[in-house]
Design a protein around this ligand. Structure first.
Ligand code: CTP
Length: 425
């Protein structure tokens, strides 16, 4: 989908994907005023041919009655772990679903999900599912912006959950700001996208680097940076979702890498270079999202530097620029492969960001260069979102401020477009 494209609301026609096989969607509804909007989501997905099972928390029932969901889905709503039949509901539900949609997702539910709570049917089910999870938050602005909620969302994103919204605007409580649940048609479109399991990258090898490098000063100290690894992990997940065989070269990160990818753990820029060059020769796409240190101490002390010896002077020397080496030395790469670089810039103006991206794309010899603004708390290192511009051979695309998952989708869309252009040429 082109970056700027906005989907129109779905009609009630049956989606071709669902003409033959029945797709099972688990719709988890928690206690927020926006729960009423989810009735429309349940209705649309059912009309499109999905088997929709609704799981509600007790507080969700304060907003919408079970019978409403049962009527639009044609299926009983589940709320208790142990059904009268003796079946353990969460085990059955978790193992038989193709997609889970959590909407509206309250701050409380996000925190329970982040810590792995299993104290009711909904949380126990979410702890068991292995299918894609789409989270649609809705809450007061202050709750959404609270660092605890943001940290929970970052953790859940890193575990592979997809977030949609919240939107900004008037809230159902009467306030206005970020926290409003997105429209039901957007939830349905995002659910359909996740169910589609695109295979555009099937048969291709994608190499992704993520996290920061650490350049040792002595056995306990190093020069590092604030990279979390989140962007690289999102790119690796997205490439794997599109069918690629993914190798992830990871530097410093406290997050758990996505599952289903081959992992190479490294520490220094030099280690990263070795790992990347080893994997680059048969990679069809190389995405260098890692924040590699530009300088390292010329020598690392073998023993801890003692305070009593006075402030040390540390001589710095440049590290190898891996991206530039790959960009200017085609022999290091598979013929026809695509090289994607990243740039951390302290620049929020999209036009200036686009100029820096285009310059760096040329100087590094990359096919695509994603410049992200690291000057504000909602973008760049450690943030769940990124403000970025993607520079390519035909100009730049402003991705705006989007979740790292959405930016990963946008980057992979561009990768697929360029690969297709090359194949057609
Ligand atoms: N990079 C690399 N090897 C390095 C430094 C950076 O491969 N030694 C890669 C990063 O993985 C990223 C890109 O180069 O894809 C851009 O890094 P950035 O730090 O933004 O650019 P620099 O070339 O270091 O330029 P400057 O810091 O001066 O803006």
């Amino acid at each position: 989908m082109p970056l700027a494209a906005k989907r129109t609301a779905l009609g009630s026609r049956r989606h071709p994907r669902f003409m033959s096989a029945r797709v099972r969607v688990l719709l988890c509804v928690t206690g927020g005023i926006a729960a009423y909007k989810v009735v429309e989501v349940a209705r649309s997905l059912s009309e499109l041919g999905c088997d929709v099972t609704v799981v509600m928390t007790r507080s969700a029932e304060l907003f919408v009655g079970r019978q409403t969901f049962a009527s639009v889905t044609g299926r009983e709503v589940v709320t208790e772990i142990f059904a009268d039949s003796g079946e353990v509901a969460h085990v059955e539900l978790a193992r038989t679903t193709d997609l889970v949609v959590l909407a509206p997702a309250t701050a409380h539910t996000l925190s329970r999900l982040a810590i792995g709570a299993a104290d009711d049917l909904l949380s126990a089910t979410l702890l068991m599912v292995r299918s894609p999870l789409l989270i649609v938050p809705a809450m007061h602005t202050e709750m959404w912006e609270h660092p605890a909620t943001q940290a929970n969302c970052a953790l859940l994103s890193a575990r592979g959950a997809r977030f949609l919204g919240p939107a900004s605007g008037p809230l159902l409580s009467g306030d206005s700001g970020a926290g409003r649940m997105v429209e039901p048609s957007e939830v349905v479109n995002a659910a359909l996208d996740l169910l589609k399991a695109p295979s555009e990258l099937a048969g291709l090898r994608v190499l992704v680097t993520a996290g920061g490098t650490q350049e040792p000063i002595d056995p306990v100290r190093f020069i590092g940076n604030r990279s979390s690894g989140l962007m690289g992990f999102a790119l690796a997940s997205e490439a794997a979702r599109r069918g690629a065989k993914v190798t992830l070269v990871v530097g410093d990160t406290s997050l758990r890498p996505p599952s289903g990818v081959d992992l190479m753990q490294v520490r220094t820029a030099e280690d990263m270079r070795t790992a990347v060059l080893e994997a680059a020769s048969d990679a069809d796409v190389i995405v260098k999202a890692a924040a590699v240190a530009d300088f390292r101490p010329s020598r690392a002390a073998t023993k801890k530097l003692k305070k009593a010896a006075g402030a040390p002077s540390v001589e710095l020397v440049p590290t190898p620029d891996i991206l530039k080496e790959l960009g200017h030395n085609p022999r290091l790469r598979k013929a026809g492969s695509l090289l994607v670089g990243f740039a951390a810039e302290t620049e929020s103006d999209p036009q200036e960001l686009a100029r820096l991206a285009a310059d760096k794309r040329t100087s590094k010899g990359a096919d695509l260069l994603v410049a992200n603004d690291v000057s504000s708390s909602d973008s760049g290192f450690g943030a769940r979102t990124n403000r970025a511009v993607i520079a390519g051979p035909e100009g730049s695309v402003d991705a705006g401020l989007v979740t790292k998952t959405n930016l990963a989708e946008a980057v992979m869309d561009e990768v697929v477009r360029l690969l297709k252009g090359r194949a057609d040429a």
